[in-house]
Design a binder for this molecule. Structure first.
Ligand SMILES: Nc1nc2c(c(=O)[nH]1)N[C@H]1C(S)=C(S)[C@@H](COP(=O)(O)OP(=O)(O)OC[C@H]3O[C@@H](n4cnc5c(=O)[nH]c(N)nc54)[C@H](O)[C@@H]3O)O[C@H]1N2
Ligand SMILES: Nc1nc2c(c(=O)[nH]1)N[C@H]1C(S)=C(S)[C@@H](COP(=O)(O)OP(=O)(O)OC[C@H]3O[C@@H](n4cnc5c(=O)[nH]c(N)nc54)[C@H](O)[C@@H]3O)O[C@H]1N2
Ligand code: SF4
Ligand SMILES: [Mo]
Length: 679
């Protein structure tokens, strides 16, 4: 008899909350997904997206067997083949390419559709290292901000979010937490209820989070660094800084004090669109409330100047000595605490040619169209670049190349998969063994298979084992089991926070917390071991050593600044192809200020054409006061169902941000006009 019942599980999606889940299983199928009330942070609450996960798992369009393309690229016509034929087709093509063009003609393209360590960055890395394929710079998400934060703070280490119930001032800075980090909102609301905490949101859009904040501060896109410098100006001028903290734990506060004199509130107001009065109010609130906490979002770092934004904001808590107080400080990302042994997990030693070229994933279209020597094959897994990557028309044009051999491994026939020569079906995370570490809270969780693999689908790790065999790779590393890989990943004495966490203890406890100690008093991983308000390393790397406002690059002659952000009911493009989630989200809208709409004869609910030098989209206008004049915002990475022009990345730039090779999704400009229909 099949085991029935309720099984502990973990949400695999690329979301900071990484909720504990309970899967209800009947007759071998997941029939219900709910929150695990025993998870110390997520406590049984989960988002609507994942509460409806069973609809996705058993969606009639889920892939069940390998296929080969029989129609034109992009047309979506495929025919069933066996796994043997699929692996044979791929490996024979790759063997020829390695011989004739060299291994760098093959490009892996992946991201975190499933956050599991073994499946997202384990066996795949071993395989592509051994193959000698082009390397992918996985910089689409938070890399600019991570590098910026590291310059100031030495690594991805912030405070424990559980401590934020003690925070009296919570600044959500460019994070739509009600949609993208719901348990941070829950903790903030707890602080508000019990200790009267104030929640402030600084954003370009009065979205779901703006509506629950006590104070919403609208700001012009890409200008936050100036606002932070204006706050610093006031903190120093009005002596609201903590000199003993600055002396003991920072370098460069004297230089910073002099440097920020130039950022007077009048000038900052002109740059940011925030009134002088509000700049003073915010600075005084920040300077006199303790503990205060800043949750630094991903939005403002998706700009040309995004690295410098995070570098700058992360200096603020030091100025008022917040890091020493429970509930004071900041979080950009906390992935440092549970960092595993990537040397053992990914085996970089298998990559013989250390000069192997690196392709920035944000420039995929450009790479497919112009890389020299050309990319001849691409293997996509855990990502949907035809929808999520910038300069979408270039990406799709690249994918149409007849001489490009594309393999896509996914649960669905995504927009990207429609261009594939070979499509492989992927298991869901609930069918696999893996480990999950959050980049916000400090827990690690093991996932063990709850249901059997769906149809003929296979996990990423299994497919790479098969590919390695097909390529004739004889290293025993390609035969390591999932359990063995977990043991290797967690064997990391260099990370003291992992103490006591190993395969056995995880199987036993399922959820474990990093062995954390407060960051301060203590030494950071910066060169000075202190918070670097002045950074010699930045200077050496060609950046201003002190936080500096650098305006966005002028992106063509279009009147509106275009912000295509994530939405509530999808997770990037995941769920954009599931009817349940589409019906929850309804349709993509373009939020516009009333004054702009009136000037262009656009009314609420009108269909509008949104275009620039890169392409065009058709969206529905939502007219009101949710955005400042000159700014338009849309939410969600929609698929182009039935030819609707909804793929917003058609309009986004593939310029690279100031740091970390980061993306600049939010630094583009567009024109907007009403579509008149014949009656
Ligand atoms: N529901 C849902 N949850 C998600 C995701 C999803 O798609 N849907 N995606 C997941 C992933 S991969 C990530 S990286 C995170 C991202 O989640 P967040 O950290 O919330 O980042 P974004 O949603 O990209 O942007 C946050 C906010 O930044 C604002 N913004 C844009 N430009 C600026 C600016 O110049 N200044 C300021 N102050 N604000 C600006 C946008 O209006 C948006 O409200 O969420 C994760 N969680
Ligand atoms: N305009 C705009 N564009 C953006 C953003 C934005 O805010 N605005 N956000 C950017 C950010 S922050 C990110 S992180 C990226 C995210 O972009 P992606 O990483 O591409 O994320 P998803 O769109 O969720 O696609 C993940 C895919 O992985 C598949 N998948 C899930 N689990 C598995 C598995 O175990 N194996 C395999 N083989 N496949 C699996 C899913 O079915 C899905 O098709 O998008 C970026 N693009
Ligand atoms: S998507 Fe985020 S909020 Fe939703 S269940 Fe997963 S981790 Fe939790
Ligand atoms: Mo992301």
């Amino acid at each position: 008899m099949e085991v029935q019942g309720v099984f502990k599980s973990v949400c695999p999606l690329d979301c900071p909350d990484q909720c504990g889940l309970l899967l209800h299983k009947v007759d071998g199928k997941v029939v219900k997904v709910e929150g695990d009330s025993e998870h110390p942070v997520t406590k049984g609450n989960i988002c609507n997206k994942v509460r409806n996960m069973a609809e996705r798992l058993y969606d009639e369009n889920r892939l069940t067997y390998p296929m080969k393309r029989v129609g034109a690229k992009g047309e979506g016509k495929f025919e069933r083949i066996s796994w043997d034929e699929a692996i044979e087709t791929i490996t024979s093509r790759w063997k020829t390419l390695v011989q004739t063009e060299g291994p760098e003609s093959i490009l892996p393209y992946s991201f975190y559709g499933n956050m599991g360590r073994l499946n997202a960055e384990g066996m795949d890395r071993r395989f592509f290292n051994r193959l000698g394929a082009s390397q992918l710079d996985r910089s689409i998400c938070n890399s600019a901000g991570s590098v910026g934060y590291r310059y100031t703070m030495g690594g991805s280490f912030g405070i424990d979010p559980e401590d934020t119930i003690h925070s009296k001032l919570i600044i959500l800075w460019g994070i739509n937490a009600a949609s993208t980090n719901m348990h941070q909102v829950a903790l903030a609301q707890k602080a508000r209820k019990h200790i009267g905490a104030k929640i402030v949101l600084i954003d370009v859009h009065k979205n779901q989070t703006g509506r629950l904040a006590d104070w919403f501060i609208p700001i012009l896109p890409g200008t936050d660094t100036a606002l932070a410098l204006g706050i610093m100006h006031i903190l120093f001028a009005e002596n609201m800084v903590d000199s003993s903290f600055l002396d003991q734990y920072t370098v460069g506060h004297e230089e910073l004090r002099e440097h920020v004199v130039q950022y007077d509130p009048i000038k900052v107001s002109e740059i940011t669109g925030v009134s002088v009065e509000d700049i003073y109010k915010l600075a005084r609130m920040y300077g006199t409330t303790s503990p205060s906490f800043i949750r630094i979002g991903n939005g403002p770092q998706h700009h040309d100047n995004g690295g410098m934004f995070v570098r700058t904001i992360s200096c603020l808590p030091a100025l008022t000595g917040q890091w020493l107080i429970k509930g004071g400080g900041a979080i950009k990302g906390n992935s440092g605490y549970l960092s595993v042994n990537t040397t053992k997990l990914q085996l970089p030693r298998l990559l013989k040619n250390k000069q192997t070229r690196v392709i920035n994933m944000n420039m995929l279209g450009e790479a497919l169209l112009t890389a020299d020597p050309p990319i001849k094959s691409m293997y996509v897994y855990g990502s949907n670049p035809a929808v999520v990557a910038p300069e979408g028309n270039k990406v799709r044009k690249g994918l149409e190349r007849e001489d490009l051999f594309v393999v896509v491994h996914d649960l669905f026939l995504t927009e990207t998969a429609r261009y594939a020569d070979i499509v492989l079906p992927a298991t869901s995370s609930f069918e696999n063994t893996d480990i999950y570490t959050s980049y916000w809270h400090l827990y690690i969780q093991i996932q063990e298979p709850v249901v059997e693999a769906y149809g003929e689908s296979r996990s990423n790790a299994d497919v790479f084992r098969l590919l390695a065999k097909g390529m004739g790779f004889e290293e025993s590393a390609f035969q390591d089991s999932d359990a063995e890989m977990i043991v290797q990943a967690l064997d990391q004495p260099a990370n003291p926070y992992l103490e006591g966490i190993n395969y056995e203890t995880l199987v036993d406890k399922q959820i474990m917390k990093a062995k954390v100690t407060p960051l301060f008093p203590g030494k950071l991983r910066t060169p000075s071991r202190k918070i670097e308000l002045y950074s010699k390393r930045m200077k050496a790397n060609g950046y201003p050593p002190l936080p500096t406002y650098i305006p966005l690059i002028i992106d063509g002659d279009h009147p509106y600044h275009f912000i295509p952000a994530p939405n509530h009911n999808f997770l990037n493009s995941t769920f954009s192809n599931n009817q349940k989630h589409i019906s929850l989200e309804k349709e993509p809208r373009l939020h516009m200020n009333r004054s702009d709409a009136e000037a262009s004869g656009i009314e609420d609910g009108d269909q509008v054409r949104v275009w620039n030098q890169r392409g065009e989209c058709v969206l529905k206008a939502n007219v009101g006061e949710n955005v400042l004049p000159g700014v338009v915002v849309t939410q969600g990475l929609w698929a182009d169902l039935d030819g609707t022009k909804q793929m917003v990345n058609t309009l986004t730039p593939d310029r690279i941000a100031d740091m970390g090779g980061g993306a600049t999704f939010f630094s583009g400009r567009v024109s907007v006009e009403k579509i008149y229909r014949d009656v």
